[in-house]
Design a binder for this molecule. Structure first.
Ligand code: SAH
Length: 369
């Protein structure tokens, strides 16, 4: 049976317009269209991106009458927290959010000694149907707007601020729910807001933003031409088309060879090392011969491999590789001169960042309604 892939998001009501959907120039136009002076746009931007303010009453540099209108028009609430889960002594914190239309998405804030990484969702659900991924099982609900993506990062910084910590997210990874390159325009808009210096944006370094993809070749080519210094991560998971057709069904459209060609072209254009994501699944993709095949494909390229022990989804027939097989896989790649690390399993106890919390909530709703 042919696998169903969904590229076009279903038609649904659009999230309300928000300042973070707009460029700085568009914000000024929007403010003028509301009958206000253009500098009000910069005031609003400063509150949102720099002061992380979400209480209109605290925006005292805006006259009260003007404030209510501008906030209603340009800073509407987008996401409401539904559940918070922490682990790793509070260093990892996952939030389940409800959007304006009742859809669920999730984000994960990970604190490390030297950095803070925010893992964001780019879509509610996902249309790529990878059988080992919890998000893939539920299908695509809708694309997120640029502002809904940015808001996850702002909320992370705000949570740090409220905890009395330095309110600074240093890294953003598009590894939550969704296929970012299938929601291209909103994702690029969000990346621009994330990297633009304040007050126009959050001022996070381009090099600290990672866009992770199943390998949508035309979109990788488009991303390379954006003139951004973001990192590209390719979820490969298999070096051969036979297995990858099954693990990452979009491979039936763009084969391993084509995806890697696009990745190398990206590396040449941006001079950035490409990350290859490889979830190690016991006795499925973790054989020594597959490590050798992968090593031969990647050898000599500007690349880094992230091995991720599979986080099994509920009811999955698959599980993580044996530690000895994992070590051997990494050893063989290294023998080809390919840099390789085993990804830490932050947040595993709280269902990682693989759509499992939102999926669990949807399941609970389905059985109780
Ligand atoms: N759609 C994008 C980004 C979201 S997933 C992509 O596929 O790259 C982020 C990463 O988590 C991807 O590499 C994905 O393959 C991986 N992943 C998904 N489910 C997983 C699981 N159950 N265990 C380990 N990694 C998983």
């Amino acid at each position: 049976m042919p696998v169903q892939l969904t590229f076009a998001a279903p038609r649904r009501a659009k999230p309300p317009r928000h300042l973070a959907d707009l460029t700085a120039a568009e914000r000024r136009d929007a403010v003028v269209a509301l009958g206000e002076r253009p500098f009000r746009a910069d005031q609003l931007s400063r509150h949102y991106f720099q002061r992380l303010e979400d209480d209109p009453a605290a925006m005292t540099d805006l006259p009260a009458a003007v404030r209510d209108r501008l906030v209603a028009e340009l800073l509407p609430p987008l996401l409401t927290p539904v559940r918070e889960l922490s682990c790793d002594d509070g260093m990892t914190r996952k939030t389940l959010w409800k959007a304006f239309d009742g859809t669920f998405i999730e984000s994960v804030l990970m604190r490390y000694p030297d950095r803070v990484t925010m893992c964001v969702s780019s879509q509610a659900g996902c249309g790529m149907n990878c059988p080992f991924c919890a998000t893939g099982q539920a299908g695509l609900t809708r694309n997120l707007s640029a502002a809904e993506i940015v808001e996850q990062v702002v909320a992370g910084a705000r949570a740090l601020m409220r905890a009395g910590l330095r309110p600074r997210v240093s890294n953003v990874v598009f590894m939550g729910m969704g296929e970012p390159l299938a929601n291209y325009t909103a994702v690029i808009g969000a990346v621009r807001r994330i990297v633009e210096p304040g007050p126009a944006g959050l001022g996070i370094s381009q090099r600290s933003v990672t866009v992770s993809t199943v390998g949508l070749v035309p979109a990788i080519e488009r991303l390379a031409a954006e003139g951004l210094q973001v990192r590209l991560a390719v979820s490969l998971h298999a070096p051969d088309d036979d297995l990858r057709d099954e693990l990452v069904p979009v491979n039936t459209r763009w084969k391993v060879g084509e995806v890697l060609e696009a990745a190398w072209a990206f590396a040449r254009t941006t001079t950035r090392r490409v990350s290859i994501e490889y979830a190690l699944i016991r006795d499925i993709n973790d054989q020594a011969w597959r490590a050798d095949l992968l090593g031969r494909l990647l050898k000599g390229h500007l690349v880094h491999v992230n091995l991720i022990p599979l986080n099994p989804t509920p009811g999955s027939k698959w599980t993580a590789s044996r530690p000895a097989d994992e070590r051997e896989f990494a050893r063989r790649l290294a023998a080809y001169g390919v840099p390789v690390t085993v990804r830490d399993t932050r947040g595993r106890e709280i269902d990682g960042a693989c759509g499992q919390l939102a999926a669990a909530t949807t399941r609970t709703n389905a059985t109780t309604s």
